[in-house]
Ligand binder design. Structure first.
Ligand SMILES: [Ca+2]
Ligand SMILES: [Ca+2]
Length: 337
């Protein structure tokens, strides 16, 4: 009888017999680290890049003294901490709970920094003033798209950013003809990985209806409610409300500045070298057949391509699909740090 074991042994011998296949590779998910910076502010680290959205310091009732604990872990940005990243700073509009001019001081201390404003915030030729409507900008492999809103009498945007294979949405206070605008954004991206949205708890409010529409159209994997400083506990009500309408959405609710979330990457990258190729398939087959040394826990978790907490033939097939460019491993659920 041709058992599963036989099939795996055959696969095992085949992948060794076809070395030229090992040149094919899928990109391993680098993982994401997200910090809550109070109010509407967030920092997102992917690989070498740090994205900062709507940074401000004024909403903290107990700000740390200058030089004491002003770091990401405390929910603040110290420009010295930016030195190790390529930094991308995004500002949706000029209201003080979204924009604080201190961000402009960072460029005096940091070389690799880029600014994207949702309005004509100045005249620095090195800055990107995305006055739109529906503006686009690109720096290296970072693509930025905006949709526009004027509901308070000043220009505002929501950002859609594509970076390192991820799509990130920051709503700012955007409130407009969202069905048309989201249809436009869908010409850019089918899915959103991380959505920062207003954590309003009233089902009839346009902000909630917008978020619902966004969730239905783009199936965001992780949703972070914002604009709740001081009453972050209400984010849980928002989470219940949103997940009662749409499934497959993970709503993450920080409670205070500096709360951070590590979304581990690397599913499918069993040998942890940053790519998914035939070597990972071989190692996963070895794990499955219990050939060689027992796997380390991180290798075992990386081999679970479909995320069902078990390594079996479906994971092997999933990884082969990644290599062939016709599938992806499941994203990891975040660990709250
Ligand atoms: Ca690998
Ligand atoms: Ca599995």
């Amino acid at each position: 009888m041709f058992s599963l074991f036989s099939a795996l042994l055959l696969l095992h011998s085949l992948v060794w017999a076809v070395p030229e296949v090992s040149g094919t590779a899928g990109t391993a998910d680098p993982g994401i680290h997200v910090w809550y910076l109070g109010s509407n502010g967030w920092a997102v680290n992917i690989g070498e890049k740090l994205l900062v959205f709507d940074y401000q310091e004024g909403s903290d009732p107990n700000p740390p003294a200058a030089g004491e604990g002003r770091n990401l872990q405390r929910g603040y940005i110290d420009p010295a901490e930016l030195d190790s990243f390529d930094t991308y700073v995004f500002v949706t509009h000029a209201h003080q709970d979204h924009f604080e001019p201190v961000i402009l001081d960072w460029q005096e201390q940091v070389d690799r920094i880029n600014y994207f404003f949702g309005w004509e915030a100045g005249d620095d030729p090195e800055h990107h003033y995305m006055i739109g409507p529906r503006a686009q900008a690109q720096v290296g492999d970072v693509e930025v798209y905006t949709i526009n809103s004027y509901h308070t009498g000043i220009p505002e945007v929501a950002f859609l950013v594509r970076v390192e294979g991820y799509t990130i949405y920051h709503n700012g206070d955007y409130k407009a003809e969202y069905q048309e605008d989201y249809a436009y954004l869908q010409t850019v991206a089918d899915d959103i990985d991380i959505a920062f949205v207003i954590g309003i708890t009233y089902e009839g409010h346009q902000y909630f209806q917008q978020t619902l529409c966004l969730a239905e159209m783009f199936h965001p994997t992780y949703v972070f409610p914002m604009n709740r400083e001081g009453d972050e506990y209400k984010s849980l009500q928002f989470a219940q409300l949103l997940t009662s309408h749409v499934s497959g959405v993970n709503v993450l609710c920080p409670e205070q500045r500096g709360d951070d979330y590590l979304i581990e990457g690397g599913r499918g990258d069993v040998n942890l070298d940053g790519v998914i190729n035939i070597l990972d398939v071989i190692q996963a087959v070895n794990i499955l057949l219990e050939i060689g040394n027992p796997p380390m826990e991180c290798e075992n978790r990386a081999a679970d391509c479909n995320g069902d907490e078990n390594v079996d033939i479906l994971d092997i097939l999933g990884m082969i699909n990644v290599i062939l460019g016709i599938g992806e491993c499941q994203p990891r659920l975040p660990r709250i740090m």
